[in-house]
Design a protein around this ligand. Structure first.
Ligand SMILES: Nc1ncnc2c1ncn2[C@@H]1O[C@H](COP(=O)(O)OP(=O)(O)O)[C@@H](O)[C@H]1O
Ligand SMILES: [Mg+2]
Length: 283
């Protein structure tokens, strides 16, 4: 009989969670849970500083980190928010525009090869049965890369890459989650906003900023994130491309909660990598 020390590494208990399932992000004004189906979609998150954008990102990225079938690429100009999840990430980028550009170019390579595969298969969209791991690209502080550091050419190139990922990624399982505290038309031009099926407007300073996030005309129809009480952090208007904005209060996790989930997710991913393929419960 094998001594316990000789036992093969055990199959880690997967969470059984999948990125193909909707993600719980908070509650609506009736107190009912709000779930966000992110697979085949992108989400744009914007609002003034302290609106709760990074907390919403934590909910999304944390859930994706726990999913057995999702890889993470995280880009955070401030480092400290998405940085909590870096041990679960295939790639983590801090305040380094070159690194961000190079990383988006690699993601673009994934798009190209997956599209070639689809062309061979004569299909338009990857499915769960293809066995390709969806990839969640999360960018916090988008404006840092798109308008603050580097030259105008580099910034524009970064924005063009992000736009390409948002445009071509959905069908091949690449989900773009971009957050910015500058809801102005130079950071979120209409051409970019249209690529994001989901939009979340945290508190904005005025109606026109709210419209930059949600789309032109919503403030005039009384849906304005400028109406949100500045003290009610985490509240925002969530809009699906085919719906009307709904008030959502994002779920809140303390830093201790976040660390617990982040450490568990990273440990689970590490163990999954260490075990031999024939014993693997998760890919
Ligand atoms: N859903 C929420 N519920 C309660 N408090 C929240 C919520 N989201 C954010 N906050 C509070 O607001 C602060 C700022 O949130 P954060 O997500 O960092 O804002 P942003 O990224 O928009 O600048 C957090 O530290 C937290 O205390
Ligand atoms: Mg933030």
């Amino acid at each position: 009989m094998n001594a316990p020390f000789d036992a093969p590494p055990s199959v880690p208990v997967g969470t059984g969670m999948s990125i193909y399932d909707p993600i719980l992000i908070g509650i609506d004004e009736y107190g009912l849970p709000v779930h966000l189906p992110l697979m085949y979609h992108n989400i744009l998150i914007a609002g003034e500083p302290g609106a709760g954008k990074s907390m919403l990102l934590h909910n999304i990225v944390g859930t994706a980190a726990l999913c057995d079938d999702c890889d993470l690429v995280l880009i955070d100009g401030k480092q400290v928010d998405l940085g909590l999840w870096k041990d679960s990430a295939a790639e983590f980028v801090g305040p380094d525009l070159d690194h961000a550009i190079h990383t988006l170019e690699r993601v673009q390579g994934v798009l190209d090869s997956r599209n070639s595969y689809l062309l061979d298969q004569r299909r338009q969209k990857i499915e769960r049965s293809d066995g390709m791991r969806p990839l969640l690209l999360a960018i916090d502080e988008l404006a840092y890369y798109a308008a603050t550091v580097g030259t105008k050419i580099e910034q524009d190139y970064f924005s063009a890459l992000n736009r390409d990922v948002a445009a071509r990624g959905r069908a091949v399982g690449v989900i773009d989650v971009s957050a910015t505290q500058r809801p102005s038309s130079d950071i979120i031009p209409t051409s970019l906003r249209f690529l994001f099926g989901w939009r979340f407007a945290g508190r904005c300073v005025d109606d026109s900023s709210s419209d930059v996030v949600l789309g032109h005309g919503w403030a005039g129809r009384n849906y304005s994130a400028a109406k949100i009480d500045p003290k009610n952090r985490g509240e925002g208007l969530l809009l699906a491309e085919d719906g009307i904005p709904t008030r959502v209060k994002g779920a809140f996790l303390t830093n201790a909660n976040l660390l617990r989930v982040a450490d568990y997710a990273a440990a689970k991913r590490r163990t999954a990598r260490d075990i031999p393929p024939n014993l693997r419960a998760v890919a």
